[in-house]
Ligand binder design. Structure first.
Ligand code: GUN
Length: 296
């Protein structure tokens, strides 16, 4: 079975679109999302472009701030503080990574974002709330993985989820979500990473294997138990002279080799990627409702 993130993302966005039109009428303004992009990382530019288009599709007001790499930390701080205070903005997203060599302290910048507008869920207070099972914003990619499995009714409770990758954006928060006391979670969770010994021995124990390590084709057939569910979070650009853009996108899983073994698998592109965008919109709507004290 192919877990089609494109289809699921579309259906979430259709639902959000009608909810947003009601909310906009009720509040007299649309939910607003500010996206800050510092520098010219091509992948980041592509992501930010996709986020903007998705906002336009569903009726979220998007405010884009594309600034040069040498914009500077002081001006970035002032921008974030201004967005914190703006009534028309419900969500603030600082696209990562910030460019290297310009003196930006990424952690410091993320901590400046008002936690009530932190639709990425990266602020330490929101990370803490996630791990405690308190209401907060779940980071969009982990949230998308959970929703995708839910939508395809993949059982998680009591099963062994092995996550390869310990990033702050995916691996760690996803582990926290799968550990929650909830029927869609309650998993046994193992997190492995680049320094883990006997990696394939561990990944072969997975009922659900999550690849989030950022290396093209890292997960090979010998690392997967036949019948496992495989979720590929990777989006890697690899050179392809035959492709019109000069590259193609591949995941962290060697799809051709692993797909025949898996009971279910996400493709790249068209798997987790579109889900991330849907959950960003969903978090923006959630923030809007919280700020208006609407029921949800
Ligand atoms: N860079 C890669 N993924 C993400 C994400 O989900 N949010 C932000 N802000 N930056 C990212």
């Amino acid at each position: 079975m192919i877990l089609d993130g494109q289809v699921v993302s579309q259906s979430i966005q259709t639902r959000l679109q009608s909810e947003i039109s009601e909310l906009t009428e009720r509040a007299g303004r649309a939910p607003g999302l500010a996206v800050i992009l510092v520098g010219e990382n091509p992948a980041s530019q592509a992501y930010v472009g996709m986020k903007k288009k998705a906002c336009e599709r569903v009726g979220v007001a998007s405010f884009e701030f594309r600034v040069d790499a040498d914009y500077g930390e002081d001006k970035l701080i002032a921008l974030i503080e201004n967005l914190n205070s703006r009534e028309d903005i419900d969500g603030i997203l600082l696209q990562l990574p910030l460019p290297l060599g310009y003196g930006y302290d990424e952690d410091k910048m993320l901590q400046l974002i008002d936690p009530s507008k932190d639709v990425d869920g990266f602020h330490p207070s929101n990370v803490g709330k996630l791990f405690l099972g308190l209401p907060t914003f779940w980071p969009c990619t982990p949230y998308g993985v959970i929703e995708l499995l839910k939508c395809y009714q993949i059982p998680v409770e009591g099963r062994h989820v092995v996550i390869v990758g310990r990033s702050h954006i995916v691996g760690k928060p996803l582990a926290g979500l799968f550990l929650q006391k909830a029927s869609w979670a309650n998993a046994t969770v193992t997190v492995c990473h680049s320094k883990s010994q006997n990696l394939s021995e561990i990944t072969k124990q997975a009922d659900i294997l999550i690849a989030a390590i950022g290396q093209p084709g890292f997960v090979t057939a010998d690392m997967v138990r036949p019948g496992a569910v495989v979720v590929d979070v990777g989006i890697n650009r690899v050179v392809d002279v035959e492709a019109s853009r000069g590259y193609r996108l591949v995941g962290d899983v060697n799809y051709e080799a692993v797909a025949p073994l898996a009971s279910a698998i996400t493709p790249v592109p068209g798997g987790v990627g579109p889900m991330t965008i849907a959950m960003l919109l969903s978090n923006t709507v959630l923030s809007f409702k919280r700020r208006h004290s609407y029921e949800f």
